[in-house]
Design a protein around this ligand. Sequence first.
Ligand SMILES: C[S@@+](CC[C@H](N)C(=O)[O-])C[C@H]1O[C@@H](n2cnc3c(N)ncnc32)[C@H](O)[C@@H]1O
Length: 305
Amino acid sequence: MMQNQVDFFHQPVLLNKVVDLLNIKPGEIYVDATLGGGGHAEAILKQGGRVLGIDQDPEALAFARRRLQTCPAPKGSFGGENAFKAVEGNFADLKQILNQEEVLQAAGILFDLGVSSHQLESKQRGFSFGLDEELDMRMSPKLQVKAADLINGLGRKELYALFTKYGQEKLAAPIIKVILEQRRQAPIKNTKRLADIISKVYEKRRQRIKIHPATKVFQALRIAVNDEINSLKAVLPQAVDILKKDGRLVVISFHELEDRIVKQFLTEQEKSLQILTKKPIMPSIKERRQNPRSRSAKLRGAQKI
Ligand SMILES: C[S@@+](CC[C@H](N)C(=O)[O-])C[C@H]1O[C@@H](n2cnc3c(N)ncnc32)[C@H](O)[C@@H]1O
């Protein structure tokens, strides 16, 4: 049976709007390419859809399987018993994963990009400047490069490109100057040491910001470690190919860089897709208050022609 007390893993963002945009038809297959804690997947299952969930994080898969695998199949099923199946993989390999699962077409594909609350808050994952642990930030244990490798291994120019492009960090140059000085003394291996370096640069320059000063650099490192931008660019055309006629592509992004890629892609695909959201849908004030992590979410959807 599906459980309800599971919000501690991740609270799904814009849940009702996602379900509306997916336009769920009972018995049809929906691909949740960022399964996470399975919050969105559960809503799709409750409406009678079948869900193939993909995540590159084995912790997310284990959690979502526990939560959802006994959901009864409305019609047809994966492997004969369930309406839900979870597969480990990177969504950049979407077509290959679906081929392996013998799923040729889908009625909807959902991307809820970025990291889950579980990943951000878990110990030993190294995503959070609020904890003191190894600078890791890999969503998948199969990835080879950790955030610490980038901080200690990249040159000044590469760090500058990383912090400005993926983090829009205005103080990139002075932050990098201190990183280079400090890592000469000893490699910067921990989240707290890096967060302190950044905070001190902000303090010294009397720069006040509403978010933690380390937010943008941490975001940039996370995007690079997980190759998030290239994965998104790689998967969008595959998603369009896999959608059935009238099938829905739904994407939630959490920063400008991602949203721009999605918006541009949807616009370029005017022969195959009809855009359903002229402007992105954003969380209400109530949702933003209840779930501060939703505050930067932008939801876009399109229908295959
Ligand atoms: C924001 S969470 C999704 C939360 C989910 N919608 C829910 O309701 O619980 C994003 C998830 O996508 C996964 N993810 C991010 N990029 C991925 C990629 N390229 N391939 C596979 N999984 C990815 C992360 O590991 C994370 O679990």
